[in-house]
Design a protein around this ligand. Structure first.
Ligand code: SAM
Length: 433
């Protein structure tokens, strides 16, 4: 098997949690054949999947563009539905569909990557009396294409067949990824945020503040391995690679966010950087892999903090350091406005004490927590002043509604700080050597 085949098999195994016996490959190019793994069949036509039953793994290799299911204009709904239905019918529950597609050829990656990710994540159908769809595991760059061809747009989607409960008729979004992409991190929202925070960043203070935060690691070993959780449009990932010489994996659950990061790295060819669209709570990063784990203002989005801390601890090398900044909560009674803000965003805010207790419970040592809310207040005040001063430039790109949303959002946050509701916290700890 080639390295690409090995990467796909590893991801599919991690998603399924077990090994495969019945494997089918759908391939016209014939570049992937999984020799030594296949006991099933290699077929060329989507309709040939008709004969596949109870498969553990179906791999579709470069079929979507070749068969016109994905074009430069976007996705072709009918044929794509047909393909996904064949795949769902052919897989056993818990089986995995791996879809490999090189978005550098015959597609516009900026459109296709988020659109296809959304399509497969929310696709659900009644099949044989069961409401089934795919549990989205990841959409990940293929390493070999990065290193051998400087192609950062060759992807594999890993999707696990699962039975779901039908959603309520009035549900606006289907999954948490769908929620992130349709509410806080729409393309317009991301653009306006980036205008506010500064190029490549969706976090307070932009480039300069991120350097100050990275310096809190206390130094880096040149060439070390870093994981950036919730890496957004990639500013922190590229900074850690370009300034400190680290090899950085950026992960983010928002397809809109990570698409921006990926399209930018494809242009820049920064080969110390790679990305995966995935949920940092459920993705298997492996054991003892990273020297450093970093996260800027992401984990307030995550409900299951214990699962997250467990995953971080497992994937850090012994002696490795984790450093996280996050939106947190203070000691003041919550105002009605703060409650509404928190409910709308589905935030899971913690106090510094809660973070410290959790870190100790999961086995970390040298646990350091720090309240950075005063710094947050300074940054918010200066970013809001910048927006007012440069509004002419802002209106060249965005509307009055977007201006109001940012201006009021920043003003509201300053009020939440005043009431000691909203905090900005830092946490750093080490996995025992
Ligand atoms: N760290 C980036 C920066 O500094 O520019 C982006 C910060 S943005 C405020 C928070 C990011 O966390 C979003 O891009 C969001 O999609 C991501 N996120 C939320 N929940 C996540 C999860 N479970 N796994 C991975 N990323 C997640």
């Amino acid at each position: 098997m080639s390295a690409t085949e090995r990467q796909i098999v590893k991801l599919a195994r991690n998603a399924a949690g077990n090994d495969f016996k019945r494997v089918s490959v759908l391939s016209k190019a014939g570049t992937l054949n999984f020799e030594g793994l296949i006991s099933g069949s290699t077929v060329e036509k989507v309709s040939s999947l008709d004969s596949v039953t109870e498969a553990d793994l179906i791999v579709a290799d470069k079929i979507l563009v070749a068969d016109g299911l994905v074009t430069k204009e976007g996705l072709q709904g009918g044929p794509l539905d047909m393909f996904l239905l064949y795949a769902l019918t052919g897989l056993r529950t818990g089986g995995v569909l791996a879809v490999r597609e090189d978005l550098a050829k015959g597609t516009n990656a900026r459109i296709t990557l988020p659109a296809l990710t959304d399509y497969v994540d929310v696709f659900r159908r009644d099949i044989g009396g069961k409401y089934v769809g795919f549990d989205f595991y990841c959409a990940e760059q293929l390493d070999s294409s990065i290193h051998l061809e400087s192609n950062y747009l060759d992807f594999v989607w890993i999707l696990r067949k699962k039975e779901f409960t039908p959603p309520a008729a009035d549900a606006a979004t289907v999954t948490f990824r769908d929620f992130l992409d349709k509410t806080q991190y729409t393309n317009t929202g991301i653009g306006a945020y980036e205008w506010m925070f500064g190029k490549d960043f969706i976090s307070p203070g932009g480039y300069d503040e991120n350097i100050r935060v990275l310096e809190q690691f206390g130094g880096f070993e040149y060439g070390g391995k870093m994981l950036d959780i919730g890496s957004g449009i990639g500013g922190g990932v590229r900074q850690a690679a370009a300034v400190y010489g680290l090899h950085v994996t950026g992960v983010d659950l928002s397809a809109n966010m990570l698409t921006e990061a990926i399209v930018r790295v494809h242009d820049e060819k920064e080969s110390r950087v790679n990305y995966s669209i995935c949920d940092a709570v459920t993705y298997d990063f492996g054991e003892n892999v990273y020297d450093y784990i970093f996260s800027r203002d992401c984990i307030q989005h995550i409900t299951d903090q214990d699962a997250l801390f467990k995953n971080i601890y497992r994937s850090l090398k012994p002696g490795g350091v984790v450093l996280i900044t996050m939106y947190g909560k203070g000691k003041g009674a919550w105002t009605e406005a703060f409650k509404k803000y928190n409910d709308k965003r589905f935030y899971h805010l913690q106090t510094l004490d809660e973070v410290k207790e959790r870190a100790i419970k999961h086995g970390f040592e040298a646990v350091h927590v720090e309240n950075m809310t005063e710094r947050f207040r300074e940054i918010l005040t200066s970013e809001r002043a910048h927006l007012e001063k440069e509004k002419e430039d802002f209106f060249k790109h965005y509307t009055q509604a977007e201006f109001d949303s940012l201006f009021n959002g920043w003003s509201d946050k300053l009020k939440y700080i005043e009431a000691d509701n909203h905090n900005w916290n830092l946490f750093r700890a080490r996995k025992p050597a």
